[in-house]
Design a protein around this ligand. Structure first.
Ligand code: MG
Length: 133
């Protein structure tokens, strides 16, 4: 088994999206350990404990939403440096602009396009130097 070099936390309440992303990581990002949470509250707890290299955060969540969760991550010294990728079905350019202003590293609209999703995750994890992959 390949050693896990990176850890990504995915916070998502939709089971189908969770299953799809699980599959994408298994197939396209085998050296990444994928942690999962169905609520922002659980996601915040895992983020503080595991300190993942990247957090993929759904905007529409029960309880705290993605924006509220991002704010908490940003206020915590332990997690404020972790890049956070927003995902949402809201695809208006104003939504994307709002997300960037709030401090999300990137914004991906649902339904996911597998190739674009994979490339965005790789870029946020490894930076521009794709030779390292
Ligand atoms: Mg949702």
């Amino acid at each position: 088994m390949e050693e896990c070099k990176w850890t990504v936390l995915y916070v998502e309440d939709n089971q189908l999206n969770m299953a799809l992303v699980h599959h994408i990581f298994k197939r396209n990002l085998p050296s990444v350990l994928l942690l999962k949470a169905e609520t922002a509250e659980l996601g915040l707890q895992i983020a503080r404990e595991a300190l993942p290299d990247l957090i993929i955060l759904d905007i529409g969540l029960p309880g705290l939403n993605g924006y509220e969760a991002l704010e908490i991550l940003q206020q915590d010294q332990a997690t404020c440096h972790i890049p956070v990728l927003a995902t949402s079905a809201f695809a208006q350019s104003s939504d994307i602009e709002k997300a960037r202003k709030k401090g999300f590293a990137e914004y991906i609209t649902k339904p996911f396009q597998v190739k674009a999703f994979t490339e965005t995750v790789k870029r946020l994890l490894y930076g521009e130097d794709l030779q390292k992959i």
